[in-house]
Structure formats: structure tokens, C-alpha cells
Design a binder for this molecule. Structure first.
Ligand SMILES: [Zn+2]
Length: 497
């Protein structure tokens, strides 16, 4: 947990945080960026390696075309301008997980620049507006290996190395320092991950390190133009922790400045258990990477024709899809948000909605009946026992008046109990139908008419909407079990008669 604020709200409000984020995502290619080794996660250590990714002398890199296409696709989804010519560069540093002694990356001529993501900020709930967060650049690079500190003999006093990850393609996405609060950073990351997932170029799995984030943070007195001195928070493995680490770091900066101190430019690590950041290396120890163009690779040329071919495979992106779905199915913004959480879910909903008698009812059922049950059992929407086809089937039955809302709830409960989809449970339960026996309904209707002469009079005087009052009363008396259509029929007959 993040520590509780040590300062008053007034003091915190005196300062403005400035946040920029660097995100690395693994690209889902089958082979590495400069050799044909597999990128599969979880294989035995040091089994997916060759002279190229081990950095043996004389081995030469060959660029993976698919990695370029995935990076360009991601850059397009992030509204970047693609540079027709980009240059690979060597980033030199010494570290045990980097066998070559340099990482092949891109430096002054990156693959793509000048993109943005629109995020919802707290004000947008009032104004409906969005905030644009600039994306400085997206470039291609290779990942390094992994130091292992557990899971082998002597782990207590030795570090082992796994080079399977060495050479896995990465897209590094660098934002402008446009974020002004940890909430905005969280929102940016959420939208970024969503967009990347929609393009399908990465699984963005943070546990497996397919998405990693470093955050740059500084504070300045509100109204001041110049940025304050920044610190960098590295290797935080969840968006929630990044938000907490930023909250901690903002207060730490303000604390130092308020005491007349100076922020040291340094890299810090976040300890999630303690909710604190710790200095890792200061600027004096920071690397001079001595970048220079990679002599073993030609400039990367992605010409207009290639760009157009890649652009043709760009899917409809989440925000555009939400807007379209709201228009097309008459669903609310909240419904659209839930139903587009993943591209697969949105696809399922849309294919179900096209056959549904009332798509809006399908969306409503997801919100009102499905999500609560999933939450209660700690399940994600994609783990739901009731599929989108199942939700549609149930929605149609309610729409036709074959089952009541109450019956639907009971059937959903059974689905969750048995972990079975709706159509299977509906069959097993013998295709239950709500009663069409009118004798009980007629009795209820007679009673109501006798008890409410005023309303009857109004109805008969021409105020036909008064039927709603009677329907409501009957539904209430039947505890939601009655078939509304049937109730309507019976009541109309009685009232007209
Ligand atoms: Zn290799």
C-alpha cells in the first residue's frame, strides 16, 4: 500500500506533478528479431539460443520482417508518423544479461514519431472532453536476457542467467511528459495496453514481462514553466503499483523541496510491500551509452507501399468501436465500455447482437446479471460460464415472454453453480416456461379493479396509460413471475369490459 499523505491537501496542491512513461512491449513474433530462435515463453533456460543472440564473434543479425510489421502496426494504432527510413544503433553497456556488450536499438532515427493517445481525465466526466497525451516515439529494439535469483541450487548466493529472452523483439513507446497525476498515468497505460491488445501485436502479459513500464516523475510549483529535476522509477510490474509508486514519489519530491533540499536525478526501484521507492543508481553512475549506428544492419526502409499494406490490417480500435456500437445497438457508454474490454468479447457481442431480437437487452443482461455474478466468483468476463451466445439466447426468451426476469435470474444462478452455458442449463431444466394459466391472473386483476375504482375510472375515461399502474401491481403481487404480455392482455380485457 502507498503511504498515507504526510502533507496537507493545500501543500500538495501547491505543486504540479509532471509524468512521462516509457513502455516496452514484446512483439508476438514466432522467432527473435535478429535470428530464427524461438521466442516461446517458459522453455527451459538457455535452450532458445544461437551464435547471433549469444553474441558470439562473427555472427551477423538478420532483421525479422514480421517484427517490423508489428511495430509499424502498433505505431499506426498510436497515431504515429512512420519514418520511411530508420536506423538501428548500438547502445553500449555492460551487464551480465547482455552477452554482446551492447543492445541493438534505435536512437536518433526511430521507426515512428509524433503519436498520441486520448485519455479520459476526471474533468471529462463533466466536460465530456479528452486529454491528448503525446507519444514522442516508438522504436524497435532487442530484449536482453534475464538474471535468475531463485529456483536453482545455490540460489542463495549465486545468480544464474537465462538467455532465452535475449533478442526477443520489443517496441519501446515513449510518451511526452504530458501527464499531470498518477491517475492520468494509470489511464494512459490502460488505454495503451487496450490499443496494443486490439492490434494483436503483443499479449501485454505483465507477469511474463511482455509489457514493462518505467516512469519519469518530477514536480514543480504550479505556474512554473521549467520542469523540476526528475527521477525514474523502474521495473514496476503492475499499473496499480505504478500509480502507487508515483503517488509516493510525488510526496517524497514535495517533502524534499519543502525542506529546502534538492532532488537528485536518479533511478529508483519501487518496493510494493513497503509502498516506498529506493534509490538504485544516481546520475553520476548513469550510463553513457555511446550510441553509434549499427554497422551490421542496413537502414530500415518501410516505403509507402509496405506502409499501406500494413495499414490495411489495422483493426477498428477500441474508442472508435465503442462509439459505433453505441450508435448501432443503442447501448449506453457504460455498456459499450464493458463490451469492448477485449477485442474477442466485442466480436462475440457483435456477432450475438446481430441475431438477437433486442441487442440492447443483451447488453443490459451483461451489465445487470452477468458482471455481478462474475465478480462474486472472482472471474473475468472471458471466464464466464455463460457465453455471449448464451446471454443472447436468454435475452430472446425474455423478449418473447417465454421466461420471466425472475426465471432468468434463477437459470443464471444454476449456470454459475454448474459452470454450464445457458442453453445447456435451459435444456436440462426442461425448457421452463412462465405460466400462461390466466385464472390466477384474472383473480388478481378482479381484486385490483375492485380496490382501485379511481384508477379504473380514469382508464375508462380515456387515460389508457393507467394500464401501467395495474400491470405494475400485478407484477408486484406475482413477485415478478407473471408474464408481462399476458398480464397486459388480461387487464385490458377486464378494464375494457
Ligand atoms: Zn538466436
Amino acid at each position: 500500500m502507498a503511504s498515507t499523505p504526510a502533507f496537507s491537501e493545500e501543500l500538495l496542491a501547491k505543486y504540479e506533478p509532471v509524468i512521462g512513461l516509457e513502455v516496452h512491449v514484446h512483439l508476438l513474433t514466432a522467432s527473435k528479431i535478429f535470428c530464427s530462435c524461438s521466442t516461446r515463453f517458459g522453455d527451459p533456460p538457455n535452450t532458445n539460443v544461437c551464435p547471433v543472440c549469444l553474441g558470439l564473434p562473427g555472427a551477423l543479425p538478420v532483421l525479422n520482417r514480421k517484427a517490423v510489421e508489428f511495430a509499424v502496426l502498433a505505431a499506426m494504432a498510436l497515431e504515429c508518423r512512420i519514418n520511411e527510413v530508420s536506423i538501428f544503433a548500438r547502445k553500449n553497456y555492460f551487464y551480465p544479461d547482455l552477452p554482446k556488450g551492447y543492445q541493438i536499438s534505435q536512437y536518433d532515427k526511430p521507426l515512428a514519431e509524433f503519436g498520441f493517445i486520448d485519455i479520459d481525465v476526471s474533468e471529462s466526466k463533466i466536460t465530456g472532453g479528452k486529454k491528448k497525451i503525446g507519444i514522442t516515439r516508438l522504436h524497435l529494439e532487442e530484449d536482453a536476457g534475464k538474471s535468475l535469483h531463485e529456483g536453482f541450487a545455490d540460489a542463495a548466493h549465486k545468480t544464474a542467467i537465462d538467455l532465452n529472452r535475449t533478442g526477443v523483439p520489443l517496441a519501446e513507446i515513449v510518451s511526452e511528459p504530458d501527464m499531470r497525476s498518477p491517475e492520468e498515468a494509470y489511464e494512459y497505460l490502460t488505454r495503451l495496453k487496450e490499443i496494443i491488445l486490439y492490434t494483436g501485436v503483443s499479449d501485454c502479459n505483465m507477469e511474463e514481462g511482455s509489457l514493462r513500464c518505467d516512469a519519469n516523475i518530477s514536480v514543480r510549483p504550479r505556474g512554473q514553466k521549467e520542469f523540476g529535476t526528475k527521477t525514474e522509477i523502474k521495473n514496476v510490474n503492475s499499473f496499480r503499483f505504478i500509480k502507487q509508486a508515483l503517488e509516493y514519489e510525488i510526496e517524497r519530491h514535495i517533502g524534499v523541496l519543502e525542506c529546502g533540499g534538492r532532488i537528485e536525478q536518479e533511478t529508483r526501484l519501487y518496493n510494493a510491500n513497503e509502498g516506498k521507492t529506493y534509490g538504485m543508481r544516481s546520475k553520476e553512475q548513469a550510463h553513457d551509452y555511446r550510441y553509434f549506428p549499427e554497422p551490421d544492419l542496413l537502414p530500415l526502409v518501410v516505403d509507402e507501399k509496405w506502409q499501406a499494406a500494413i495499414r490495411a490490417s489495422l483493426p477498428e480500435l477500441p474508442e472508435a468501436r465503442r462509439q459505433r456500437m453505441m450508435n448501432e445497438y443503442g447501448i449506453t457508454a457504460g455498456d459499450a465500455h464493458t463490451l469492448t474490454l477485449t477485442r474477442a468479447l466485442a466480436d462475440q457481442f457483435e456477432s450475438a447482437a446481430r441475431t438477437a431480437k433486442n441487442p440492447k437487452r443483451v447488453a443490459n443482461l451483461v451489465q445487470s446479471e452477468l458482471l455481478g455474478r462474475l465478480k462474486a466468483q472472482g472471474l473475468e468476463l472471458e471466464q464466464s460460464p455463460i457465453s455471449m451466445t448464451g446471454v443472447t439466447a436468454s435475452a430472446d426468451l425474455v423478449e418473447l415472454g417465454a421466461i420471466s426476469g425472475k426465471m432468468l435470474k434463477d437459470l443464471y444462478d444454476l449456470c454459475f453453480e454448474r459452470r454450464q452455458d445457458f442453453p445447456a442449463v435451459y435444456e436440462t431444466e426442461g425448457r421452463p416456461e412462465q405460466s400462461r394459466d390466466t385464472s390466477a391472473l384474472e383473480k388478481l386483476a378482479d381484486e385490483l379493479i375492485a380496490e382501485n375504482p379511481k384508477q379504473v375510472e380514469q382508464y375508462r375515461a380515456g387515460k389508457k396509460t393507467m394500464i401501467g399502474f395495474f400491470v405494475g401491481q400485478v407484477m408486484k403481487a406475482s413477485k415478478g413471475q407473471a408474464n408481462p404480455q399476458l398480464v397486459n392482455e388480461v387487464l385490458t380485457k377486464k378494464l375494457e369490459g
